[in-house]
Ligand binder design. Structure first.
Ligand SMILES: [Zn+2]
Length: 176
C-alpha cells in the first residue's frame, strides 16, 4: 500500500477534496474539513490534560472515536469496497499531514495494525506514556465499523516516549 501506487490506482484524494468559495468550506467525503496548525492541535490536547487530568483521555478519545466512525460511514455511503476505504484512510493520513502511515488489516481475524512515523499528535512532545489518544479513539471507531464488531485500540509504541513510530493495535474487544 505505497503512496504512489494508491495515487495511480485510485486518484481519490484529488477527486474528494473540494473547496467551495461561496461558503468557504473544504469538503471531503461530504464532511467539512479545516486546515489547522499541528502545534495548535497539540496545544488543545495539552490544555485538556492540564485542566482535566486523567479525565482528559476520555475527553480526547471519545470525539476521536466518533470521528473515525463518521469517516468510515461517509466512505461507505459512496459505495466503496472495504479495502478501498482502508486505502483512502491511509492516503488521507499521509496527505493530510498526520504522519507517514502503514496499515495492515486481517479481515478474517478482525484485527489491524497502524504504524505512524512522525505522528502529528506526538511529534515535538515528550511523555512517559503513549500519548496519541485522539488517534487511538479514531482507529478504534474506524475499525469497529469496518469489522462490524466492537473493537479496542491500544497504542503500543509512541514517538513521544522515544519509540521509532507510533503503533496502534486494533483487536476485537473480547480479546486481551
Ligand atoms: Zn503516539
Amino acid at each position: 500500500m505505497k503512496h504512489g501506487e494508491v495515487l495511480e490506482n485510485f486518484n481519490i484524494l484529488k477527486e474528494m477534496i473540494k473547496f467551495d468559495g461561496t461558503t468557504s468550506e473544504v469538503q471531503a467525503a461530504d464532511l467539512d474539513w479545516l486546515i489547522i496548525r499541528g502545534d495548535l492541535l497539540r496545544e488543545i490536547f495539552e490544555g485538556l490534560r492540564a485542566y482535566l487530568g486523567r479525565g482528559a483521555n476520555i475527553a480526547i478519545k471519545a470525539p476521536g472515536k466518533t470521528s473515525g466512525k463518521r469517516f468510515f460511514a461517509s466512505l461507505l455511503n459512496r459505495n466503496m469496497e472495504l479495502k478501498e476505504i482502508v486505502i483512502v484512510l491511509n492516503l488521507l493520513i499521509n496527505e493530510g499531514g498526520w504522519g507517514k502511515s502503514e496499515i495492515t488489516v486481517d479481515y478474517e481475524g478482525k484485527k489491524a495494525t497502524v504504524t505512524l512515523q512522525n505522528c502529528i499528535t506526538a511529534r515535538k512532545t515528550r511523555s512517559t506514556e503513549p500519548s496519541c489518544t485522539f488517534l487511538t479513539g479514531y482507529f478504534e471507531g474506524f475499525f469497529e465499523k469496518l469489522f462490524n464488531k466492537e473493537t479496542q485500540c491500544i497504542e503500543t509504541a509512541c514517538i513521544a516516549k522515544g519509540d521509532a513510530v507510533c503503533e496502534f493495535q486494533i483487536t476485537p474487544k473480547n480479546m486481551a
